[in-house]
Design a binder for this molecule. Sequence first.
Ligand code: ZN
Length: 199
Amino acid sequence: MSNTVQSGRPVAAHPMETDEQARARLSVDCAFPAVAAFLADEQARERVDGMTPQLPADEPKTWTFTNAVTGEPVTLTCMAGCTVDHTADMETPTHPEDINCYTDGTEMTLPLLGGLSRGHGPEDLTVLGFRMEVDPFSTTVARRLPHLNIEFVEENWIEGLDPDALATVIGQLSGQLTRLRVAHSQLTAVRAEYRRRSA
Ligand SMILES: [Zn+2]
């Protein structure tokens, strides 16, 4: 928890900034451009929903590494769309459990204030980042199939989602977006009423 706002005296990240300017910078207003981008992404997602799933055009790579436990060569084929450079895996004996294939989704950031921003005012942190991954030799059998990992807030992940679990999370996020839209209209009304009383 940051105490910069609760104490009534925001910490100025910029030396020449007045308290009033710092308060304005920390206010919800500064998050509006990011919220607009977030809603635009949601519309894009709705357009994508009706599309037939397609594999990447490039054929997945097939390559060989030396199993560090057995000393034996092991040949495997990457997950479709894998963007990992496996050169290091190929060049040195590798523990099979250390091998993974993944591809990262498009990043989205929001200015967050709180423990994660370490008390220096809002900080643009990745929210709802995601990575499609497969850990072909994982001791957790479910991870041996491609799954989605959500970086819910930077450094805070929900891992190992299969298609059903992912559908549940998408439903929760969609519901949360609806709550955000309601909150947006409420905010407009609350601010107007607040301004009238303060005038
Ligand atoms: Zn790979």
